[in-house]
Write a protein that binds this ligand. Structure first.
Ligand code: HEC
Ligand code: HEC
Ligand code: HEC
Length: 150
């Protein structure tokens, strides 16, 4: 009926051909995103930030907008200025080398930048509140004042 001498090798060659990309890529798994990290610490632990920054951002937004709270106390008692531009982006200056690297990889496109201004397009000076907070002796950790604290 059919010639198994040819069919079997044919199937083997076909399977090898179809799975070639797997063999070819064996050992060189897809490069994980390499976000550029600043020196020092983040608001919360790196692990927590990696998996929960979206929830934290939501929480920050609610604290700032609904409760008017502008200072976040982290789980280990450090204080941070609440803000996307004036908080996160004070340390993570370059959106394209940080947020975007992961998001492109994960194929997510947060719509935040429809309204919030990423730092590349506008240079932010030191947050105005710093002086005010200093006046009232509120210790707040801000990106640029990180050095020498650790
Ligand atoms: C429709 C416009 C709009 C979009 C889209 C938007 N925001 Fe906002 N966001 C605002 C406005 C307006 C404020 C209030 C600014 C203020 O009170 O100083 C704010 C405030 C915030 C704050 C607290 C204060 C601050 O200055 O950062 C955070 C955090 C925040 N947004 C995060 C996000 C995140 C994360 C996203 C994307 C998931 C997002 N926002 C998308 C308009 C927007
Ligand atoms: C005071 C400076 C500072 C602020 C403010 C800050 N970060 Fe970070 N962030 C860092 C540093 C430093 C690291 C690297 C930590 C490490 O290596 O342990 C980091 C790490 C991260 C990571 C993990 C990256 C990775 O490769 O796993 C994410 C995600 C992140 N930050 C998001 C945010 C977001 C979102 C905000 C605002 C809610 C924010 N950060 C505010 C300094 C900051
Ligand atoms: C270490 C990699 C990494 C970095 C760095 C990172 N993100 Fe993300 N982010 C992710 C991943 C992965 C998701 C999707 C998570 C999911 O869908 O559960 C995500 C989702 C989000 C979301 C929710 C979007 C949605 O549609 O659900 C927001 C908002 C967000 N990130 C904001 C930021 C901001 C702002 C920065 C830069 C300050 C940042 N992220 C940096 C990995 C990262």
């Amino acid at each position: 009926m059919y010639n198994s001498d040819k069919v079997i090798p044919g199937i083997i060659i076909f399977v090898l051909f179809v799975t070639l990309p797997i063999w070819w890529n064996h050992g060189k798994t897809v490069a994980a995103p390499q976000p550029e990290l600043p020196q020092g610490r983040c608001v919360e632990s790196k692990e927590y930030m990696r998996s929960h920054h979206m929830q934290l951002l939501n929480q920050w937004r609610n604290m700032a907008i609904r409760d008017g709270m502008r200072v976040y106390t982290s789980s280990d008692g450090a204080r941070f200025w609440i803000g996307l531009q004036n908080g996160c982006m004070k340390c993570h200056h370059d959106k394209s080398k940080f947020c975007d690297r992961c998001h492109q990889f994960a194929a997510v496109e947060p719509y935040c930048w429809n309204c919030h201004i990423p730092p590349e397009t506008k240079k932010f000076g030191p947050p105005k509140a710093t002086k005010l907070l200093k006046l009232f002796h509120v210790p707040v950790t801000l990106g640029d004042s990180q050095e020498g604290e650790e």
